[in-house]
Design a binder for this molecule. Structure first.
Ligand code: OSB
Ligand code: MG
Length: 374
């Protein structure tokens, strides 16, 4: 059964992080989060989240550019239009409309959640999920000293996390990672994420990471530079995982052709939504490329979408899908996202839609700005 979106409301909320999160290209201590509320012709309402940050340091999009793109370009294409299936939304938003993938994804993914509610099924089942529990990793920001990092990593292992990702940059890399490896032992599942902090000229230096035996090195070079990632991968035993570089299935094809990496981080918000995320997942599965679900410090709403996606079968590595408490004093969904003591998060499997309730009163108190589009 087709549906129409009658109303889209944008909300900006502010949520302080429990601890500042520092990556090579910037730091954030309070998130400005863009939530999207979609209402269909039957009055069914769903919430989604745009994963853009406040600054254009991860991608060119920000919460402010996404707001503008949603209002001026995305909403007018979607509102009042008969939509036969959420699978059609990607193409509607792709035609003669470049970029703005995070803005598009917020609406595209919301349409999948809406369809799930309408079919009285869970988002995970609608997407073709199979896993009922998701192994969880933690992403640790750059710390002031190797000792401080070792403390945080040790604590994470005790809490049950199945993968410890360590943000690195020049001046906070080899020594930091070596200290953690020594403290946690050779079996500890460690990886590093550079967020494009290096150049291909650093290849000899980065090759020293091989001794530390990381699961992978995420996005060492620039987002648009698959060619140099391939040069670098030839000089490393450590597998390269691409994050920022992968904006669609075509980039995965390029990665495979060139040899730019061996693992893919899928963030549905980064690739324009679930249709592209599923296509990337299926392509990687066919070529035996492991994938995992990345995170963007989402609220409990964005997390629900990531968890549903991570239930697909080729998500075989732990995702950056930490429980609500890792980020927030109090999350905006009930129940909050929790991880058990062996690092597993439960996929809402039988509840219709995203599987968590949005605490509207709390969202209202956190809201600084709203705009309804019809
Ligand atoms: O590169 O994966 C990244 C957060 C903001 C921007 C980029 C990244 C990240 C993370 C956080 O690593 C992962 C999480 O949400 O826990
Ligand atoms: Mg990353």
């Amino acid at each position: 059964m087709s549906f129409t979106i009658e109303q889209i409301t944008l909300h900006e909320i502010r949520m302080p992080l429990r601890e500042p999160f520092r990556i090579s290209s910037g730091s954030v201590s309070r998130r400005r989060i863009l939530l999207v509320e979609l209402r269909d012709g039957d009055g069914v309402t769903v919430w989604s989240e745009c994963v853009a940050g406040e600054q254009p340091n991860y991608s060119s999009e920000t919460i402010d550019t996404a707001w503008l793109a949603l209002r001026l370009y995305v909403a007018p294409r979607i509102l009042k239009r008969e939509i036969a299936s959420p699978e059609d939304v990607h193409a509607i938003l792709a035609e003669d409309f470049r970029g703005h993938l995070m803005a598009k994804a917020a609406v595209e993914m919301g349409c999948w959640a809406l369809e799930a509610v309408r079919q009285e099924t869970s988002l995970a089942q609608l997407l073709g999920g199979t896993w009922r529990k998701i192994p969880t990793g933690i992403s640790l920001g750059i710390q002031d000293s190797p000792m401080a990092l070792v403390d945080r990593a040790q604590q994470a292992v005790e809490e049950g996390y199945r993968k410890i990702k360590i943000k690195i940059q020049s001046g906070a890399d080899l020594d930091y990672l070596r200290s953690v490896r020594e403290a946690l032992g050779e079996e500890a599942p460690l990886m590093a994420d550079a967020n494009s902090a290096y150049r291909v000229e650093d290849a000899d230096y980065l090759a020293r990471l091989d001794e530390i035996d990381l699961m992978m090195l995420e996005q060492p070079l620039a987002a648009d530079d698959l060619v140099r990632h391939a040069e670098l991968q030839k000089q490393l035993h450590t597998p390269i995982c691409l994050d920022e570089s992968i904006t669609g299935p075509d980039k995965v094809e390029d990665m495979m052709k060139l040899g730019s990496g061996r693992i893919v981080n899928i963030k549905p918000g980064r690739v324009g939504g679930f249709t592209a995320a599923k296509a990337i997942h299926h392509l990687c599965a066919r070529h035996e490329i492991p994938v995992w679900c990345g995170g963007m410090l989402e609220s409990g709403i964005g997390r629900a979408y990531n968890v549903a996606l991570a239930s697909l079968p080729n998500f075989t590595l732990p995702g950056d899908l930490s429980p609500s408490r890792r980020y927030w004093q109090e999350d905006i969904v009930k129940p909050e996202w929790v991880m058990d003591h062996v690092g597993l998060l439960t996929v809402p499997w039988d509840e219709p839609g995203i599987g968590v309730e949005v605490d509207r009163d709390f969202v209202g108190r956190l809201t600084v700005h709203s705009q309804t589009l019809v």
